[in-house]
Design a protein around this ligand. Structure first.
Ligand code: ZN
Ligand code: ZN
Length: 167
């Protein structure tokens, strides 16, 4: 959402409260956001120092890395950044700031980026998920498959052959 900083910069108010839903569309490596992220925060101006602080409440759907069952994750992320007006900065400083163009701040891209960058590398349906059998694909959380039993040590297989030939 675009936030008009004019009342803040003109000294009319010293804080702008923000509370709005941010929709994140698309899928990011199997992660999708069915509900909008709730952005809750403030933009403050103290002696010409403008800062945005927000808490991003999100929920997303993905799958367990081991067994592919659906996993839903809820969480919140703290966000804090200094706001600078466009034109007031050297190019090399731009990454450290949120830039307001024409006194308008549009932080949604940065919020989305922040959430995606902080996604965990791994998602498990539970800590001790046993995953799928690599051979038959059975979900081993539902019980063992028969692959392990069928597998015979190649050395024993040789012995078995030897014994059969004898008989
Ligand atoms: Zn799992
Ligand atoms: Zn198996």
């Amino acid at each position: 959402m675009k936030i008009d900083l004019t009342p803040l910069l003109s000294g009319e108010v010293d804080e702008i409260a923000i509370d709005y839903p941010l929709t994140i569309e698309g899928s990011f490596g199997g992660v999708a956001f069915p509900d909008p992220v709730r952005v809750l925060g403030t933009v403050t101006d103290k002696a010409g120092y403008t800062a945005l602080k927000a808490k991003l409440h999100f929920r997303y759907d993905t799958v367990c890395d081991r067994c592919l069952r659906p996993v839903s994750v809820s969480g919140a992320l703290e966000f804090s950044r200094t706001v600078a007006l466009s034109g007031s900065l050297q190019n090399e400083d731009r990454d450290e700031y949120l830039i307001a163009e024409n006194r308008m701040l549009d932080p949604d891209g940065v919020f989305t980026e922040e959430i995606l960058l902080n996604l965990p590398m791994k998602h498990l349906c539970r800590e001790d998920c046993k995953g799928l059998c690599q051979k038959c694909g059975k979900d081993l959380n539902e019980g063992p498959c028969t692959c392990a039993a069928k597998e015979i040590d190649p050395r024993l297989a040789g012995l078995e052959k030897l014994l059969k030939n004898k008989g």
